[in-house]
Write a protein that binds this ligand. Structure first.
Ligand code: PLP
Ligand code: COI
Length: 344
């Protein structure tokens, strides 16, 4: 283990909050953002009538800063997060924030907290959580007039405690996470509150997470908790069509590109009937996300039916994609796509 002056075991991290030293805060008032500043990580004061508290007017992002083998610090496609932040903000009537300002604030937080970035060989990352909340007081259901943008970070290890091993998932017959015309495509805070009880119920039965179906037919795959879904069916990578009910994952977008360009495989973005996942032509399944990276799916259960994939080991294509993606993210493989932004 690399010596550090922090009481953190970087080699055994999970996905729990570890306080760091600095966070960023910027206030929106009188229709404009202030310059923003780094302050010590700690509590903030807001009115009990703040819009975020009653009406959930809030959005967030998830990003990671990584260290390369030669100790550089980098971000993965950070401009995509900045753009998505504004897309989410727009859906819940929150103000636009200049994407370069977003990016520069993220970089400041990372560099101010660089002691907390886990070393390359730990496999960990500094997880960055930018958010915007309706902080202004409001009694009626209408947008706040004041907002706060906050960015904090925490060193993390794998999102699923099993790491790069097949997880067991349960298709929910009861709950959905988003619907047509709703907010499912955005990272609005409220989207996540509704998924907590289904996840607790699934975990009680021994599953790592829930696979949600579409809310109209309860037939087509939507997402896995807070990650996108992919399967290998008839030798093609198949993923649910982004129909407004699914978050447009940056990891997913990168995986689709790697599948086409590096594995020379076909990609299909279409409705996936859950029964297809129980067919022998479906040979692998995995989920993608900043937190989840690429997590292989070991089994999928619907009612009394369970399908086990590859003895719960990562499938061949899943493993190839994982090596390619994490190789680029950790700068072990040449970044021909310009996805990496080196901070120092
Ligand atoms: N789906 C949901 C609901 C998420 O919260 C996330 C995480 O950000 C993802 C998918 C994966 O998106 P990304 O790969 O951009 O992290
Ligand atoms: C992410 O993958 O960054 C997420 O936002 C997922 C989750 C931790 C909410």
């Amino acid at each position: 283990m690399q010596a550090n002056d922090l009481d953190i075991d970087f080699y055994n991290l999970g996905f729990e909050l570890i306080h760091t030293e600095w966070m960023y805060i910027s206030d929106y008032k009188d229709n404009k953002w202030d310059n923003g500043e780094l302050i010590s990580f700690g509590s903030i004061e807001i009115s009990p009538a703040a819009n975020i508290l009653s009406y959930g007017q809030g959005i967030f992002e998830g990003m990671k800063a990584l260290r390369s083998k030669n100790n550089q610090i980098m971000l993965f496609r950070p401009m995509e997060n900045a753009k998505r932040f504004n897309k989410s903000a727009n859906r819940v009537a929150m103000p636009y924030i200049d994407e370069n300002k977003f990016l520069s604030a993220v970089k400041k937080v990372v560099l101010a907290n660089k002691r907390f970035i886990p070393p390359y060989d730990s496999g960990g990352a500094l997880y960055i959580r930018p958010m915007m909340i309706g902080s202004g007081p409001m009694l009626g259901v209408a947008p706040a007039k004041e907002f706060k943008m906050i960015i904090f970070c925490s060193p993390v290890g794998p999102y699923f405690s099993t790491g790069f091993k097949g997880i067991d998932l349960l298709i929910s017959k009861k709950y959905t996470r988003s619907s047509q015309g709703g907010t499912g495509f955005s990272k609005m805070c409220g989207n996540y509150a509704g998924t907590m009880k289904p996840a607790i119920e699934a975990k009680k039965q021994g599953y790592a997470q829930v696979i949600y179906l579409d809310s109209v037919h309860m037939k087509y795959i939507n997402e896995v908790g807070a990650a996108n879904f992919c399967a290998i069916i008839n030798g093609k990578l198949v993923t649910p069509k982004l129909d407004g009910t699914i978050l447009e994952g940056i990891t997913l977008k990168s995986v689709l590109e790697l599948t086409k360009k590096k594995l020379d495989m076909k990609v299909e973005e279409r409705n996936i009937f859950y029964e297809e996942l129980f067919d022998k032509n479906c040979t692998e399944a995995f989920c993608t996300g900043t937190a989840a990276v690429i997590t292989p799916i070991g089994s999928i259960t619907y009612g009394n039916n369970t399908r086990i994939y590859n003895n719960k080991q990562p499938g061949e294509i899943t493993a190839k994609l994982y090596d390619l993606l994490t190789g680029i993210q950790r700068m072990d493989i040449k970044d021909v796509y310009n996805w990496i932004e080196i901070l120092e």
